[in-house]
Design a protein around this ligand. Structure first.
Ligand code: AMP
Length: 132
């Protein structure tokens, strides 16, 4: 069965899309730990990130860098952090976490709700700032 992220890629489930190219896709995490918390995934569905072929893993990192640059520029972060966990959704993904101040808690356990209108706004801001 296709993962929830494959369904997002295929447009069967809505998302706050940031960007995509032929091999990678990026969208806001629905339960963000900070405004602009973004997921980056390979379109090829593989559960464990370190089971990805080297070429796909390298491409995932390069694509994530472009998205992180967009986050930094759009949201005025001090930098963007990276978390890879993958215990909830069996489709390899990288969490990009905007960091706005030193000491900001960065842990996947601390999720918050952000209004739909603000999520749309954030996705649009990041999307416009990303240079693929
Ligand atoms: P993990 O597998 O633990 O690295 O985390 C999976 C992440 O996917 C969690 O942070 C979820 O909030 C997020 N997530 C699950 N379903 C969706 C969805 N439909 N749209 C966006 N993010 C999602």
């Amino acid at each position: 069965m296709a993962s929830i992220f494959s369904k997002i890629i295929n447009g069967e489930i809505p998302c706050y899309k940031i960007a995509e190219d032929e091999d990678y896709f990026s969208f806001l995490d629905i339960n963000p730990i900070a405004e602009g918390h973004t997921l980056v995934i390979p379109k090829k569905e593989v559960d464990y990130v370190f089971d990805l072929p080297d070429e796909t893993l390298h491409g995932l990192i390069s694509f994530s860098k472009k998205i992180a640059r967009g986050i930094d520029s759009a949201l005025g972060t001090i930098r963007t952090g990276v978390i890879v966990e993958g215990l909830e959704v069996p489709h390899a993904h990288i969490h990009l976490i905007p960091i706005y101040f030193e000491g900001q808690p960065v842990s996947l356990g601390r999720k918050s709700e952000i209004q739909e209108s603000r999520m749309k706004e954030i996705a649009s801001l990041i999307s416009k700032a990303v240079e693929l």
